[in-house]
Design a binder for this molecule. Structure first.
Ligand code: ACO
Length: 332
């Protein structure tokens, strides 16, 4: 069964509410209607009711089952402004400033809905850059108790050579932390294993990748990855990992046999951690384009409640699928 079929099934079972702040986008309105039709989640769309109904009418869609929230008419606006001011008080936020942000930035209003328990999760980004969606999540939702780092993974579903590499690999972090420290790399590895279990139902085997395998080169950038492995040793994590491996040693058995024959992970890793955002972002896009893999994500991990980011070039189905993934995360 494909990843998508499984995730949609799981989403139907958990039946969570997901807020979509970008109701001005036709794709979002269409996706919300489809989410209801498929029973994937209970969508809440932020936007102008009349405008959305006009769009739905033009497209022949029914908005039955889609909750529409108009920020300026919301009875929750004042309570949200007060809470946002409280959350960001250390940064000098006032209630007036918070109200202005909520009226003008639907990502913040959506994040506040999640914070205040009026929605279980949020999916945004069809009309805003990644950093704006992430900032709303970081500033309003914050990290889970005990977790310092927010990061992300892509679920890479292979369309060929599955017999060699498996159906699904996770790539992290391809969208959040530009230059992770050793501690952040260790956090990304830990969070990715949890996402693998909860979202994909897969037991993670982690490769912390770089441009050397077990001492074949030396460089300060490699030291960061080696250090991340040591941090995982100290944390005594309960999953398998190997630090300082090249990509081929991570996933190709014959190469692993030569470069690190004693590793339990090399040659069969299913979670690939990149040393920085440049490598991760380039890496997932190359595998998607050149190998024809389906890339689902970025799935943001480490927030106290799930908020996920769409690409601005997303299709209606991309939105529906990310809503399903997000709903499943919300049920963790
Ligand atoms: N984990 C935990 N906390 C974080 C993180 C993180 N990864 N990043 C920032 N924070 C904290 C900040 O320290 C800050 O804490 P404070 O309020 O106590 O001071 C709080 O979260 C709010 O952060 P901001 O200052 O608002 O955000 P910042 O300027 O640090 O930027 C961001 C964070 C937006 C994630 C930035 O790192 C970024 O732009 N990353 C790259 C995003 C991107 O463009 N990705 C590529 C495209 S995506 C794609 O192609 C799929």
């Amino acid at each position: 069964m494909s990843f998508l079929v499984k995730i949609r099934e799981k989403a139907r079972e958990v039946n969570r509410s997901v807020v979509l702040p970008e109701g001005t986008d036709e794709r979002v309105v269409t996706a919300a209607a489809k989410v209801v039709e498929l029973g994937i989640a209970r969508p809440i769309v932020i936007g102008n009711k009349e405008e959305m109904e006009r769009v739905a009418n033009d497209l022949g869609l029914s908005l039955k089952g889609v909750e529409i929230v108009e920020v300026k008419n919301s009875s929750k606006l004042e309570a949200y402004a007060e809470k946002l001011a409280e959350l960001r008080a250390k940064k000098g936020m006032t209630v007036e400033k918070a109200r202005e942000i909520l009226l003008n930035d639907p990502n913040f209003f959506g994040a506040m809905m999640v914070k205040m328990g009026d929605a279980d999760a949020m999916v945004s980004g069809s009309d805003s850059p990644t950093a704006d969606v992430l900032r709303a999540g970081l500033q309003v939702i914050g990290t889970r108790p005990g977790i310092k780092t927010v990061s992300s993974v892509f679920v890479m579903e292979l369309t060929e050579r599955q017999e060699t590499y498996g159906d699904v690999l996770l790539f992290g972090d391809c969208s959040v932390i530009p230059v992770p420290t050793a501690e952040q790399l260790a956090d990304i590895a830990e969070a990715s294993v949890i996402t693998a279990e909860n979202v994909v139902g897969m037991q993670g085997k982690v490769a912390l990748m770089t441009f050397s395998t077990k001492g074949s080169a030396s460089h300060p950038d490699i030291d960061v990855v080696i250090e991340a492995g040591k941090i995982l040793d100290e944390r005594k994590v309960n999953f398998q990992y190997e630090a300082e491996v090249q990509a081929d040693a991570a996933i190709v058995k014959s190469v692993a046999m030569k470069k690190c024959p004693n590793s339990q992970v090399a040659g069969s890793a299913n979670i690939l951690i990149f040393p920085n955002l440049a490598a991760g972002n380039i890496g997932y896009k190359l595998v998607q384009r050149l190998a024809g893999a389906n890339a689902y994500g970025p799935i943001i991990q480490g927030l106290a409640a799930p908020i996920n980011d769409l690409s601005r070039g997303c299709s209606v189905d991309d939105i529906v699928n990310l809503v399903a993934i997000t709903a499943v995360q919300a049920a963790e």
